[in-house]
Design a binder for this molecule. Structure first.
Ligand SMILES: [Zn+2]
Ligand SMILES: [Zn+2]
Length: 365
């Protein structure tokens, strides 16, 4: 079986615009209206819709790509795995688009007919008619331990469709971009006479090809799409206590909507980089703290750092290695810092220290 990229004749790195363009061209070629009664063309038309159904949806495309990678790695029999954050849906969405394959030609035309432009009449009204919300976008983000636990801002670069600023997402410029011939309806009605009887025929407008927009006023920046592909930098706020594999949902930072539709959301899959000193258990932070021998035996204070700064850790007399001392409220969101005592021998001894340790040893015997 051909993969969906091969079906559409595009590279696996193709942009959404390239995919749409390729689908449009091929779907027009194999359109049932152009190939009446041709079962092979209809099959091909359905196959194209299946490919487009998957590749035009960022979420489905990502899952499909993962599936392809998996197939390449482990051959047939590979089962789609869940993505980060467990949002994947094994058994839910079929990676090879069974849902589109079972679509009828009518269903395909209803869903995707809009992108054929004026060539097939009716369908075009759906493309510019009701507004459509933008797709949700996703990004994986590595965050250092400190930012994740204490909260902070991380700047990420996102690419995807954003509303065209030249035309404010309308796809057209000027106060009245309506097509002068059809006055924006996208259709023209003509009177015909057949066998002595008059009747009216409604056709897609020949001037605007059914879009309803004056072709001379189509926005030059976005070619009338209302959106453009763009890479932008976005500051993401990481809330205090964000855990590894958490998913943050940022409203309105996904793909731009069309026809004034709301933008989609951005889902950020967070991976927290481990820290060499601290580790987290719930809202508690754990770390090892070196304590000199005499302080451990006699009690005292030793300096250490929590995530919030420098503190003096109180060591009770007779503390052993491995003892856990709790600093209340020094963890995350009111959690504690748990210091594990690591008693340290002096790396070298002065003659006086040696004398004292010898004496101590004798007393232990
Ligand atoms: Zn524009
Ligand atoms: Zn028109």
């Amino acid at each position: 079986m051909k993969n969906h990229y091969e079906t559409l004749g595009v590279a696996s790195s193709a942009t959404p615009k390239e995919i749409k363009k390729a689908y449009r061209a091929l779907a027009l070629k194999f359109h049932p209206d152009k190939n009446p009664g041709d079962a092979a063309a209809e099959e091909k038309f359905k196959e194209l819709a299946t490919a487009y159904e998957i590749l035009s949806d960022p979420e489905k495309r990502r899952e499909y790509d993962e599936g392809l990678k998996g197939r390449a790695a482990s051959g047939p029999g590979f089962r789609e795995r869940s993505g980060p954050g467990g949002h994947g849906s094994p058994g839910g969405h079929a990676p090879f688009g069974a849902d589109a394959e079972s679509m009828s030609v009518d269903e395909i035309l209803r869903r995707f007919g809009g992108i054929f432009g004026g060539e097939f009449g009716e369908e075009v009204h759906r493309s510019r008619g009701p507004s459509r919300p933008g797709h949700d976008a996703e990004v994986a983000l590595d965050v250092d331990f400190r930012t994740a636990t204490l909260g902070g801002k991380v700047s990420v670069s996102l690419s995807g469709a954003v509303a065209c600023t030249h035309c404010d997402g309308r796809g057209a410029t000027g106060d009245d971009p309506r097509c002068p011939r059809c006055l924006g309806s996208g259709r023209t009605t003509v009177q015909s006479k057949d066998k002595g009887e008059f009747f009216t025929v409604t056709r897609p407008c020949a001037t605007c090809h059914g879009t309803g927009v004056d072709p001379s006023k189509e926005c030059p920046e976005c070619q009338g799409e209302g959106t453009i592909e763009k890479t932008r930098r976005v500051n993401i706020t990481i809330p205090e206590g964000t855990e590894d594999k958490a998913t943050l949902r940022l409203r309105g930072l996904g793909g731009a909507g069309t026809g004034g539709g709301a933008p989609g959301d951005l889902r950020v899959h967070v991976r927290v980089r481990p820290d060499p000193v601290y580790h987290r258990e719930g809202n508690d932070i754990h770390s090892d703290v070196p304590v000199p021998m005499a302080t451990a035996a006699l009690g005292g204070k030793t300096p250490m750092r929590t995530l919030h700064g420098q503190v003096q850790l109180a060591i009770p007399p007779g503390t052993s290695s491995g003892a856990q001392l709790r600093l209340r409220g020094q963890g995350i969101r009111g959690g504690d810092h748990v210091a594990r005592v690591m008693i340290q021998s002096p790396p070298s001894l002065t003659p006086r220290q040696r004398e004292l340790f010898e004496e101590l040893k004798k007393s232990e015997a």
